[in-house]
Design a protein around this ligand. Structure first.
Ligand code: TYD
Length: 216
């Protein structure tokens, strides 16, 4: 039997470069790559609804609960089965996004969000949250020219609150967060992310069967 896999979440503001980093990390560790919102059929419908809606279409608590529904399905259908089989999982966003965006960004109560997050994820937390820390101006400049979604169309003040919130989270929970500067070229940031993951979690499992290993 394999030991249980590890869950690594890539976190940060829109345009920080975390999706690229999630891909690089999954490639180098053999982890399953997934994302929130939108990794399941229910999640894709919720994502379309959430990100397609104009900023005033519904309130912050409804927003938090839609994201929680996405996470509940994501954990049940994708993350938990992978972890149980011993695989590592890299998720482009996880619970940290809810605290940063709906908590620090929207101003919802962090303790209340904590209960929703715990229920949605059935108690699963990321073993490591990697915060790609990119200045708000640079992240917004990277997004210029792309069609903004519900969150990206919010003003700079909102994104600053989210960015500060992420740093609060990382400082408050140093055992489960690591901060990596996101200003350098992706391959440089990628090496830092890999080093941080290796330092905190060790090496990923070699899940090949003995036959496959012999064939190498
Ligand atoms: P993302 O997939 O990172 O956007 P993109 O496809 O443009 O790279 O995330 C979509 C948005 O969802 C992002 O603006 C942050 C938001 N979000 C929350 O507000 N709370 C959450 O819990 C999650 C998972 C995402």
């Amino acid at each position: 039997m394999h030991p249980r896999g590890r869950l690594i979440a890539l976190e940060g503001i829109d345009g920080c470069g975390k999706s690229t980093q999630a891909r690089i990390l999954a490639e180098h560790t053999g982890a399953a790559l997934t994302r929130e919102p939108g990794a399941t059929p229910l999640g894709q419908a919720l994502r379309d609804h959430l990100l397609g809606a104009p900023p005033g279409a519904f309130g912050a608590r409804a927003e938090a609960l839609l994201l929680a529904a996405d996470r509940a399905e994501h954990v049940a259908a994708v993350i938990e089965p992978a972890l149980a089989s011993g695989r590592w999982v890299v998720s482009d966003r996880f619970s940290g996004s809810t605290f940063a965006y709906q908590g620090y960004g929207r101003g919802l109560d962090l303790a209340a969000l904590g209960r929703i997050v715990e229920f949605a994820a059935s108690g699963i937390e990321a073993d490591l949250n990697v915060l790609i820390d990119t200045p708000v101006e640079l992240a917004r400049a990277r997004l210029a020219g792309t069609r903004p979604d519900r969150f990206e169309s919010l003003d700079e003040a909102f994104h600053r609150k989210v960015a500060d919130g992420y740093l609060h989270l990382a400082r408050a929970h140093p055992g489960s967060w690591v901060v990596v500067a996101g200003t350098d070229p992706p391959e440089v940031v990628g090496r830092r992310v890999l080093a941080a993951v290796a330092e905190r979690l060790g090496s990923p499992p070699d899940l090949l069967s003995e036959d496959e290993r012999d064939d190498r």
